[in-house]
Write a protein that binds this ligand. Structure first.
Ligand code: ARG
Length: 465
């Protein structure tokens, strides 16, 4: 039997049914820090007796006592922490709940934990961006086809292809960076269960103690909304979809039929029965991760749809779909970066790719409209067994060279000179992003350390044991 505070007994199996203790390990330190900030604030403002400072000291110790705190039978980490504190600090522990609900606290702790994970993700994205730019720089002139409908379409280069991937990453980086700063990094603490409390908390100060850049103002939104998480899930699902397309390209290109890339040995696995196989196993997992994350996004949105405003326990179920996807996308990006670093591209000079260039030359040389040139060349191709070289000869023309074709490309195309400039400007953007992220991360990490230090210092000064 589990004794619900002030509410009598509950059979263990029912308590377990509604418990979040297992999930709560993921946000444990964020929950303790949040409790610490709240209790410290009550104390520094003189809203609770000075002796209650001893509970603060215990809370600092709780940061390293996850297993001990979570070992009992409780509904969640908040209850477990309060019970542990009661055991260590006696009646002073009773102040922790003054003006604080689990609702504003869990929303705050989730944001703190997410803040850390998103910073990790942004670092990995940056690393992959750097890898792509380096690889592109070393492959400015290596010709490969650009595809449409999975058919070779036009001549392009490895650099051109890799820069499109870098752009995908950079766009998602900017989206996540925006969410991190404008949504995640605002503090719900001090919102109470849904509409505040009569305790004169300074929400700005609470936010500052936890290193948030500001306050999530509206208390109904602050406690009851999980939009901050669904937007993150939405953008990592979109990123995973982009990565899965790259994985699919490389899987197809590494087949013996396409033979455009050779995957590093450490990224392939052989068949247990067919010794000739080089199966692209890491790419297949990356391709699958998108499905996995889309499933989590769907779960999260479906659980949260139709919940009335304010906190409801459905939100606790939704939590289970936040951190797994982040881990999966971070790992997928790491593996992709390792693969890109060592992948080998084989140059492809497929004359058929020059058909559009030939038709455009017809326009320039003969002054005919493009539609006419297109039909003329199509007819010549049909009559020459779809062999572009023969078709061009039958039209009394010369085939343009690959370099000529590539060099004639305009803005955003594979022209190596343009690509090289593009790489420089993207490197600059990447450097700026790294600078921003470094600064943000150290600000947030030091805020957490500072809170603990500040509590320690103040307790020492007041000789509180
Ligand atoms: N354990 C809950 C969660 O993770 C927080 C507790 C809120 N519970 C409540 N009955 N108001 O979402």
């Amino acid at each position: 039997m589990y004794r619900k505070p002030g509410f009598g007994d509950q059979p263990d199996w029912i308590r377990e049914y509604t418990s979040s203790l297992e999930f709560d390990r993921k946000i444990y330190s964020a929950v303790v820090l949040t409790a610490l900030a709240h209790l410290f604030h009550l104390w520094e403002k003189g809203l609770i007796p000075e002796e209650a400072g001893s509970a603060l000291k215990c809370l600092v110790e709780a940061l390293d006592k996850e297993d001990e705190v979570l070992s009992g039978e409780f509904e969640d980490v908040h209850e477990a922490l309060e019970a542990w504190l009661l055991d260590k600090a006696g009646k002073h522990a009773g102040w922790l709940a003054y003006g604080k609900s689990r609702n504003d606290q869990v929303s705050t702790a989730l944001r703190l934990a997410l803040r850390k994970e998103i910073i990790r993700l942004l670092w990995e994205i940056n690393r992959l961006r750097g890898t792509l730019l380096g690889k592109a720089e070393r492959n400015l002139n290596v010709l490969i086809p650009a595809f449409t409908h999975l058919r070779p379409a036009q001549p392009s280069t490895v650099a051109h292809y890799l820069l499109h991937v870098e752009r995908e990453l950079s766009v998602h980086w900017r989206t996540l960076w925006y969410l991190l700063r404008e949504v995640i990094d605002l503090s719900p603490l001090g919102s109470g269960p849904v509409a505040g409390s009569s305790v004169p908390l300074d929400r700005g100060r609470l936010a500052e103690l936890l290193g948030f850049s500001g306050v999530e103002e509206n208390t109904i939104f602050a406690t009851g909304s999980r939009t901050f998480a669904s937007l993150v899930l939405g953008s990592i699902a979109s990123l995973a979809v982009a990565l899965s397309r790259v994985a699919e390209d490389l899987i197809v290109w590494s087949t013996s039929q396409f033979s455009i890339v050779r995957l590093p040995d450490r990224h392939v696995s052989t068949s247990s029965i067919m010794p000739q196989k080089r199966n692209p196993v890491t790419l297949e997992i990356i391709r699958a991760v998108a499905g996995d994350i889309l499933g989590s996004l769907t779960s999260f949105l479906t659980i949260t749809k139709g919940i009335p405003s304010g906190y409801n326990l459905d939100l606790q179920e939704a939590n289970n779909h936040i951190f797994g996807p982040l881990e999966k996308i971070i790992n997928a990006i790491k593996v992709m970066a390792d693969l890109i670093d060592d992948i080998e591209f084989r140059e492809v000079r497929d004359i058929q790719l020059l058909a559009q260039d030939v038709a455009e030359r017809l326009v320039k040389e003969r002054g005919i409209a493009y539609r006419e040139a297109h039909s003329l060349l199509a007819k010549a191709l049909r009559e020459n067994g779809w062999d572009l070289k023969k078709a061009v000869e039958s039209l009394d023309m010369e085939l343009p060279g690959f370099e000529e074709a590539i060099n004639s490309r305009g803005r955003g195309g594979p022209n190596p000179e343009r690509m090289s400039k593009e790489i420089s400007s993207r490197r600059k953007l990447l450097r700026d992003d790294i600078g921003r992220l470094t600064e943000f991360e150290s600000l947030k990490l030091s805020a957490e350390r500072e809170l603990v230090e500040r509590v320690r210092r103040t307790l020492e000064r007041k000789h509180i044991e």
